[in-house]
Design a protein around this ligand. Structure first.
Ligand code: 17E
Ligand code: FE2
Length: 421
């Protein structure tokens, strides 16, 4: 296979033929009309997109592969809070082995790849003496390359300042090869520790040329205000394109007067945002009676302010979230509902939130996108527009990676008896 005909591309009218050679896109040709059958000839048999959308791969910018598929082990999270999730995970973490971590991560990666995802950022808990989980996940990063590109975040689940040797573990994780420096300031014991953890992790990332992705203000507490600290350090050091704030759910509880001031800083800092809508609506609002907060950050407002914001899954069948199947389009559907983003304009460009915006947060640059010279990583969807895809709960039919087909899906057929129309 070295070309795909009858492809519809987002933002363009008409149909296109995409060609590739040596794993890179070599031509994007507008077709005069639909070509009835796959081309064949000296350059080999082609694939037919049938007039449906062809996009660069779906992106999963925030997931915890190290904890995936452990829900209920050794016990279930009965309160549904983030905090009980962290307690359950601490118990499960004590039981992990190298092979256990790797096998669950690989199984989960296959679930992601089966939905057209080829770029993944996984947080990996480094609050563990010995860093065995990180070692296992660095091996997974290499082994998973035929299916996905994986970025590993050194994630201090139990804190940097409030966990024994937290700083040393973070530094060691970076030395071992973590791509991204993480943090969890809202979980540190005191506000001061939260602030100092942000300064520490930003300095670590800057000295070692790493990206940053902080679990930031993942709480309904309106007094959790570490985003302003992260944004200010980002602004001062000019690191906006390399820094991401994940969750920022407290922003859903900030008052408008504070947000007005905060947004000025966020725009100057130019950092990215990741919202995990299914996870946040499940974990947040847990201390409310009624009315209950949705517990999400201000996705449409960030987007309209020109900031980069995307959606992610966060968890698959772990102590924080019992469901999930790897399908980021399900997260997009939920996110658009929860964030009041089913307006006409939103529906026209909905896929941005699980493609280009995620790629920007992951700083993929020229490794991502349908342009000549970039990797021939392409996904065929079962609809011809963003809106049609959402309406029909469409799926990824084909995933091509470096010019090779790694996924084919055939949708089931439905036969309905004739009725009285
Ligand atoms: N850990 C955390 O602090 N927050 C989360 N949402 C998950 C793990 C999944
Ligand atoms: Fe997370």
């Amino acid at each position: 296979m070295n070309h795909l005909i009858n492809a519809r591309l987002r933002g363009h009218t008409g149909l296109f033929t995409l060609r590739w050679a040596n794993g890179l896109i070599s031509a994007i040709e507008a077709q005069a009309s639909a070509t009835p059958a796959p081309l064949s000839g000296s350059d080999g048999e082609g694939l037919d997109a049938g007039g449906q959308l062809v996009i660069p791969p779906l992106v999963e910018p925030h997931i915890h592969l190290d904890a995936a598929l452990t829900a209920g082990e050794p016990r279930w999270n009965l309160s549904g809070t983030l905090f009980e999730g962290i307690e359950c995970w601490a118990e499960r973490k004590a039981l992990v082995t190298h092979e256990d971590t790797k096998s669950r991560a690989h199984r989960t990666i296959r679930m992601l790849a089966a939905h057209g995802i080829q770029h993944v950022r996984s947080h990996v808990d480094v609050t563990e003496p010995g860093l065995g989980t990180l070692k296992a996940m660095l091996e997974v990063r290499d082994e998973a390359r035929p299916l996905i590109d994986l970025q590993i975040v050194a994630f201090p689940q139990e804190g940097i300042e409030s966990f024994a040797n937290g700083r040393a573990l973070m530094s060691e994780a970076v030395a071992m090869g973590a791509d991204v420096v993480g943090g969890i300031p809202h979980f540190e014991n005191t506000r001061d520790q939260g602030v100092s953890s942000v300064h520490f992790l930003m300095d670590l990332a800057e000295r070692h040329g790493r990206l940053v992705d902080v679990h930031c203000d993942e709480t309904d507490d309106p007094n959790s205000r570490f985003l302003e600290v992260l944004a200010e350090v980002t602004r001062v050091h000019g690191m906006g394109s390399r820094v991401t704030a994940s969750h920022t759910t407290a922003m859903g509880s900030y008052d408008n007067a504070y947000c007005y001031k905060l947004f000025r800083l966020l725009k100057q800092a130019g950092l990215s945002f990741i919202s995990c809508p299914t996870e946040s609506i499940h974990l947040q609002g847990r201390f409310d009676s009624y009315p209950k907060r949705r517990g999400l950050t201000r996705v449409p407002e960030l987007d309209r302010a020109g900031l980069n914001v995307c959606f992610a899954q966060d968890s698959i069948v772990d102590p924080w979230y019992p469901l999930g199947n790897g399908n980021i389009l399900r997260i997009l559907d939920a996110g658009l509902h929860i964030c009041h983003m089913l307006g006409y304009e939103d529906l026209q460009r909905a896929l941005d939130f699980v493609t280009d915006h995620g790629a920007k947060a992951m700083a993929l640059g020229e490794r991502y996108g349908i342009e000549v010279g970039r990797p021939a990583n392409l996904v065929l969807l079962s609809a011809e527009s963003d809106y049609a895809l959402l309406r029909t709960q469409g799926q990824a039919l084909l995933s091509i990676r470096h010019g090779q087909v790694i996924l084919r899906r055939t949708l089931g057929e439905v036969a309905l008896a004739p009725g009285n129309a």
